[in-house]
Write a protein that binds this ligand. Structure first.
Ligand SMILES: [Zn+2]
Length: 457
């Protein structure tokens, strides 16, 4: 049943351009440039809203001459957000003007508004809601399609268009940069067209993050030194000169790239990665010793296996009960090598927690003594890694610039990949990452407390 609720057919005339008060229905519907003419319930659910354009004149898009000569009024069905929990079928009536400039090749044109741009088949606010669902709520595109009755390509194009509003990285002053890598898809095998040999391709991506805010500045393919230098070289001189510290994973490709482009910038290695290397060492020792002592893999009745997570926990933060259990494991004479490895791991942690360089240097002496006492291949390897990265560890101790925020960004990226059920199109993936990140950063920036240069530990 068609039951008009608004005023009866009222088309704006030149004398009614000044709009003193919007009718109640127009206020509720709130589509700029349009007023609601009628609204009715549809027999199969949903509502039909008819809205008419306010404008009585408009400028020709080609010549810019303003015309008030109406050629015809067009009726068009467009998609819009639901109102009051119901889907809306929106009909817009807008004037098609005649261009009055004789020299202009365009004969007619229609009005455009911010919500209904040229040739739009859906309102800008509907697209914005779909983009928000995908980028802010992490909804997969197919679910946003169902919720907003839009096509996949429409939403994807809106997301890519949203990415265009991302500020140029050169315009974002960064003092501490984080560089990190992540694998963007499963490793694939390709047959080389010429040599007919199978080659393994690991689709890696590297992200550049403002270490202080967690805002992703850029994403590049691969994790080689060449890809990193290419992105860094594309930045402006002023941006590069503003950089003070670059936080990286212990990866020599990253270190070479940064040293090549930015010889004056300090490189900080992330302490979490170094602690992880210490934990890996401890696990390797535990597995090897278990095999040697018991002649098999660990089982849950072996206390060293049962408490394997306790071994990896921070020793200075254990509860009394935890400490007591750990003592029982480490006092077992058969597993004295595990105890030695645990001591090395704890010395490594103490070294990274040092508050200044002299304290770190003293802690390193303790660490080296523990390594010498342990006298194992695994602990020697760890000591070599620490020696290789000592300069960068000292920068970390002094500045506390870490990749912690980059790591949380990587978790977000993995979530994007999961909801997308894997991405085949790299451009879509990159725009989704950059779009999500900038929106998160903008939201966080509204929080009053300021993030300084040094990310929190
Ligand atoms: Zn014209």
């Amino acid at each position: 049943m068609f039951q008009p609720t608004g005023p009866h057919l009222f088309l704006p005339t030149a004398s009614s351009t000044a709009e003193p008060l919007r009718a109640a229905a127009s206020v509720v519907f709130n589509l700029p440039g349009y007023q609601v003419l009628s609204a009715c319930d549809l027999p199969l659910g949903g509502r039909r809203v008819t809205a008419v354009a306010n404008s009585t004149e408009a400028a020709c898009p080609d010549c810019g001459v303003i015309s008030a000569r109406v050629h015809q009024r067009t009726r068009q069905k467009v998609k819009d957000l639901g109102v009051g929990g119901k889907d809306i079928e929106l009909i817009v009536i807008k004037p098609r003007f005649l261009c009055i400039e004789l020299a202009c090749s365009r004969r007619t044109f229609t009005q455009v508004t911010s919500q209904l741009p040229f040739r739009a088949r859906c309102t800008a606010r509907l697209k914005a809601a779909a983009v928000e669902a995908v980028l802010d709520e992490g909804m997969p595109i197919w679910a946003a399609c169902a919720r907003h009755r839009l096509g996949w390509a429409t939403i994807n194009a809106a997301i890519i268009a949203d990415t265009v509003t991302i500020p140029d990285p050169d315009q974002v002053p960064v003092r501490a940069l984080g560089i990190d890598e992540h694998r963007f898809a499963r490793a694939k095998w390709f047959k080389h067209p010429e040599t007919a040999q199978w080659c393994r391709v690991e689709p890696w991506m590297s992200t550049f993050v403002n270490a202080a805010t967690g805002h992703i500045l850029g994403v590049v393919d691969g994790r080689s030194s060449a890809n990193i230098t290419r992105w860094l070289r594309a930045r402006s001189q002023a941006w590069l000169e503003g950089l003070e510290v670059v936080a990286i994973d212990p990866s020599s490709a990253f270190r070479n790239a940064v040293a090549q482009v930015l010889p004056a910038v300090e490189i900080s290695v992330d302490h979490w990665h170094v602690v992880r290397l210490g934990n890996q060492m401890l696990t390797e020792v535990r597995q090897r010793v278990t095999r040697e002592v018991l002649g098999r893999r660990g089982r849950k009745q072996d206390s060293v296996w049962a408490h394997r997570m306790l071994l990896l926990r921070a020793g200075d933060r254990l509860t009394d009960a935890g400490l007591h259990r750990l003592e029982q494991v480490l006092e077992d004479e058969d597993f004295e090598q595990v105890a030695a490895a645990w001591a090395v791991k704890e010395r490594l942690r103490a070294m990274l927690a040092a508050q200044d360089i002299p304290a770190a240097q003293n802690a390193r002496i303790d660490f080296e003594m523990a390594v010498a006492a342990a006298d194992m291949a695994e602990t020697d390897k760890l000591a070599t890694t620490v020696a290789t990265w000592w300069t960068e560890i000292k920068v970390f101790v002094r500045t506390h610039v870490t990749n912690a925020r980059t790591e949380s960004v990587n978790t977000g990226i993995k979530h994007i990949k999961r909801t997308g059920r894997g991405f085949r199109n790299q451009r879509n993936y990159q725009s989704r990452i950059l779009g999500t990140s900038i929106r998160q950063t903008r939201r966080r920036r509204r929080i009053p407390h300021q993030q300084g240069l040094h990310a929190q530990r």
